[in-house]
Ligand binder design. Structure first.
Ligand code: ADP
Ligand code: MG
Length: 641
């Protein structure tokens, strides 16, 4: 080894070396005290042990005093220096050695806890096979740019985020979304860096560079979350500011009253706020790490503690309890052919970005190209028309969205309105009995129906359905079992809402809500004293997510904004994660209480022990360090929750 690598080695293992050297000196000095009659030799070695172990501590203590932020190291330094001053060399060495050993173990386990995600980062491969100038080339993954085509063979990990442009495969997305089952990927599907291509060869057009991936964003966000202080943590920090000077005053007072130096030094040591300060962060860091590995991003300790108090969960209906894959179930023509109704609706919705509009447009484009009228011809055309050829839908001359109600468009000089009852009522459009009956009948099945109006006359209606997520009833049940109220919020009409609510088994529902109404409902729940979580998508439901005590965004892997704005983000569209996230938060809250309780109990018992002279300086330090390791161990249980 050359000097440089020796130095590097020393720097890396400095703490361990200090602990070991001070431990050996301590053991040597102690043994010598027994076997030899020359007390000064033993004393010298013990003092040396205290100096080796205590140098760094004393240096920090000096800074603490300088900045008037008295902390644990000031207490330990004073205790050790005091013990040497009164000739208790063994005690001085013991206190210092136990403290350095304790902090070393503490540092190691804390690093391990924080690095719970490092294994995720290791999932991203170092090299990528890109197609450049018609050739396949292996390049470092971080040099891949957006818009390049990357080839991923079966069994390989995907090096960058992108869209599949060629091939088909099953991809294990667990590292990013926490989903255990592989997800089928084909043309146009999004894939993430760090996920594993299991079956076929894929060609992926990258959407970001090799240094800007969803996985990296997740890890950055988790690290930031782990740094952010929770209310309990900042409370303890504020408390510790007064606590340490308090301990100093207590120790000085005890000396003044009893002239017992050992007693007052022991008070310094047992007064160290170690376990109290370290407990809550370990619980929080562990829980955030665990959640991230299960595909749940928590924004920070504050939100985690808040989530531990949730007693009501509000769900958005569309896209949250349902799959959000709306399809047209039926088209009814009243004053026109069904086909014409669908065509008119599609023109009006062409520029809308609403999921109902998408479903209508898709249904209209999927119609066989040659349909003119009548049934037989349609069947014929169906078999003849080339599959996948979309029938063109003309553009409207003008188009306007009425949020939460529908759309109004101008086509061929005629006004087309597509929307719900309230939009029709607003525009004084009459709804015939026949139409009303049809709409109600479909709605009672849980379908959403929109009216299609041409020049003020209802010409037809389109009924659409959106399947429930399989997990929805189970998730609602699990929350109810945990004593949490569940409510569904929807912009949909009363009939549809009731049908869906019954199917899911949810406690309550609110229908016909405009986006701002959803926000008001959440606000009202909070005013009633509930701690409310709102589950929805991060885009349409952003205002209600922000209003809730805890906003939980679903399917965040695809949308950066959701990761940034929600208090909690589910990487996958996995409703199952909600009971997990809520119970983990509750467990974390308890864990923090346990740790604070344990710390307070230890100090109280030690104090009683000191005052009844059962606890000595060294024993005090030993128990103190044991309590620090105990709260760390307890907090780390959350890593395996
Ligand atoms: P949600 O997200 O719960 O479905 P929205 O506020 O998006 O609620 O929509 C509420 C209702 O408004 C829909 O159920 C539908 O009746 C009507 N609506 C909204 N947008 C459109 C649209 N583009 N076309 C037709 N109807 C619409
Ligand atoms: Mg919605």
């Amino acid at each position: 080894m050359d000097t440089r690598s020796v130095k590097q080695h020393y720097r890396k293992h400095r703490k361990a070396i200090i602990v070991a050297v001070s431990g050996i000196l301590y053991a040597g000095g102690w043994t010598l005290g027994y076997v030899s009659t020359v007390d000064t030799a033993s004393a010298a070695i013990l003092v040396l042990a205290a100096i080796v172990g205590g140098y760094d501590i004393a240096k920090t203590a000096y800074h603490e005093v300088e900045n008037r932020t008295l902390g644990i190291k000031t207490l330990v330094t004073l205790a050790a220096v005091g013990a040497i001053a009164i000739g208790s060399y063994w005690e001085a060495a013991a206190v210092v050695f136990l403290f350095t050993l304790g902090s070393y173990l503490e540092g190691r386990t804390m690093r391990k806890t924080r690095n719970a995600l490092e294994e995720l980062l290791e999932m991203t491969p170092d090299t990528a096979t890109v197609r450049r100038d018609g050739e396949q080339r292996a390049v470092p993954a971080r040099e891949v740019e957006a818009g390049e085509v990357v080839i991923v063979k079966p069994g390989e990990k995907i090096p960058v985020d992108g869209d599949v442009v060629e091939g088909e495969s099953a991809v294990n997305q667990a590292p990013v979304t926490g989903e255990s089952a592989p997800v089928h990927k084909a043309d146009g599907d999004e894939v993430y860096a760090g996920t594993i291509n299991q079956e076929g060869s894929l060609e992926v057009e990258t959407t970001g560079s090799g240094t800007d991936t969803t996985l990296q964003r997740i890890i950055r966000r988790v690290e930031a979350a782990q740094e952010a202080q929770s209310p309990t943590e900042s409370l303890i920090d504020r408390f510790a500011k007064y606590y340490t000077p308090g301990v100093l005053a207590l120790s000085a007072g005890a000396y003044a009253a009893t002239q017992n130096a050992i007693l007052s030094l022991t008070l310094l040591v047992i007064g160290c706020p170690g376990a109290l300060v370290i407990g809550p962060p370990v619980s929080i860091v562990s829980a955030i790490g665990n959640a991230a590995r299960s595909g749940v991003l928590m924004k920070g300790g504050e939100h985690l503690e808040q989530a531990g108090k949730i007693d009501l969960v509000a769900f958005d209906k569309t896209g949250t309890l349902t799959k959000g894959e709306t399809t047209v179930a039926d088209v009814a023509g009243f004053d026109a052919e069904a086909d014409e109704v669908l065509e008119l609706a599609a023109v009006a919705e062409k520029k809308s970005e609403h999921h109902l509009g998408d479903a209508i447009l898709e249904a209209a484009q999927d119609r066989p190209a040659a349909v003119t009228d009548g049934g037989t011809e349609a069947v014929q055309a169906d078999t003849e028309s080339a599959p996948g050829e979309a029938r063109p839908v003309p553009d409207p001359e003008s188009f306007e969205v009425i949020a939460g109600k529908g759309v109004v468009a101008l086509y061929d000089g005629r006004e087309i309105v597509v929307g719900n009852r309230s939009l029709l009522a607003e525009r004084d459009i009459e709804v015939a009995e026949e139409v009303g009956d049809y709409v109600r009948e479909r709605e009672e099945r849980g379908e959403t129906v929109v009216h299609v109006v041409r020049d003020g006359v209802v010409v037809g209606a389109v009924a659409m359905c959106d399947e429930l997520r399989e997990a929805a009833p189970g998730v609602v049940q699990e929350l109810q079992d945990a004593g949490i109220e569940t409510v569904m919020l929807t912009g949909d009409n009363e009939h549809t809402a009731r049908a869906v609510a019954e199917e899911v088994g949810i406690d309550d529902y609110r229908a016909e809500l405009l986006p701002e109404d959803k926000q008001a409902v959440i606000e009202a729940f909070r005013e009633d004293g509930h701690v409310v979580a709102m589950v929805g998508d991060g885009i349409n439901d952003a205002p209600s997510l922000a209003t809730a005590d805890v906003g939980i965004a679903m399917g965040a892997a695809g949308t950066d904004t959701a990761i940034e704005t929600a208090d909690m983000a589910l990487m996958a569209d996995d409703l199952d994660r909600i009971p997990y996230a809520v119970t983990l938060s509750k467990a974390t809250r308890w864990n923090i209480y346990e740790n604070v309780g344990l710390a307070v109990l230890t100090v109280t018992l030690l104090l009683a022990g000191v005052l009844t002279s059962y606890v000595t300086l060294a024993l005090g330090m030993l128990v103190h360090e044991a309590s620090v390791l105990a709260v760390i161990g307890n907090g780390m249980r959350l890593l395996r929750y």
